[in-house]
Design a protein around this ligand. Structure first.
Ligand SMILES: Nc1ncnc2c1ncn2[C@@H]1O[C@H](COP(=O)(O)OP(=O)(O)OP(=O)(O)O)[C@@H](O)[C@H]1O
Ligand SMILES: [Mg+2]
Length: 262
């Protein structure tokens, strides 16, 4: 495997590496050579305007999308060219909190959270129940087994989705907009959970967000995706005063028409 040239790998051994990853949909070149190392045990925040390809990038890490060109490594092993059935091993180690939560509305909280356990393990019903109970405790929703998603608030739904993302006890959790649509207090509750999982359980986190308050709080390091590439890489404060104005404008909430250009 290549030693990697990414300057960002300065805090720990990379558990995920993207090498010159390209992805187009028709004429839309969404990822145009993404190079990124994700250090183990750290929290990397991915910022970028809407449509810049943040969710597309996360989906590549769990094999829901495959690159047109480039390479992706997990724990040193090349994964972008794995057969679908061989991806299971990666999916057991990487939990994805989907943008919007994506709970099954007709299933109870327990059935939602145990879904990955049914898919990927041979645990008994009792063992699954116990694992769901533990995941619910981690997200501070102890005992909420029987509720339906419609009976929950937005913040609670995010927590259930997070419980589902961590029920397989993954090494890496990918959070796609975990605080969007939540009030500042509920958002902060989610931030605290991200920090708890990282600090107490050593989980490696990638957090895609527009929420600068959240980014500042949870990030060990921030990167910005612009025009299909990682345009900036550093601490929150370094990006906020970055020489590339498209990067620093994002932090000031200042519209920059360059965002619209491909
Ligand atoms: N499966 C797909 N087929 C076709 N186009 C897609 C597909 N998935 C994403 N796209 C397009 O790729 C671009 C990037 O999408 P993506 O969802 O990654 O953006 P994003 O950065 O996550 O935006 P947001 O902040 O709004 O969530 C968008 O223009 C989107 O329409
Ligand atoms: Mg998205």
């Amino acid at each position: 495997m290549s030693a990697g040239v990414n300057r960002a790998n300065r805090t720990g051994k990379p558990i995920i590496q993207l090498r010159s990853v390209h992805k187009s949909f028709g004429n839309l070149h969404v990822l145009a050579g993404v190079d990124l190392d994700i250090p183990e045990g750290k929290t990397t925040v991915v910022l970028g305007p809407s449509g810049s390809g943040k969710s597309v990038m996360l989906k590549h890490i769990v094999g829901l999308l495959r690159p047109d060109k480039g390479e992706i490594f997990f724990d040193g092993q090349r994964i972008d060219n794995l057969k679908e059935r061989d991806f299971t091993d990666v999916r057991l180690q990487v939990g994805l909190l989907f943008q919007g939560g994506a709970l099954f509305d007709s299933l109870t909280v327990e059935e939602n959270i145990e879904f990955p356990l049914r898919e990927h393990t041979k645990l008994s019903r009792e063992e699954r129940h116990e694992r769901v109970g533990k995941a619910l405790e981690v997200v501070d929703l102890k005992g909420m087994f029987k509720k339906l998603p419609v009976q929950l608030s937005g913040g609670q739904r995010k927590r259930v989705a997070l419980a589902r993302a961590i029920v397989l006890q993954p090494r890496v959790v990918l959070y796609d907009e975990p605080t969007t649509g939540l009030d500042p207090i509920r958002s902060d509750g989610i931030n605290e959970l991200i920090i708890k999982l990282s600090k107490n359980m050593g989980v490696t986190s990638i957090v895609v967000t527009h929420d600068l308050v959240s980014a500042r709080k949870v990030a060990d390091r921030c990167v910005m995706l612009l025009h299909g590439k990682i345009a900036a890489d550093g601490t929150y404060d370094e990006l906020a005063r970055h020489e590339n104005q498209q990067v620093s404008h994002f932090f000031m909430g200042q519209y920059d028409q360059e965002y619209e250009k491909d």
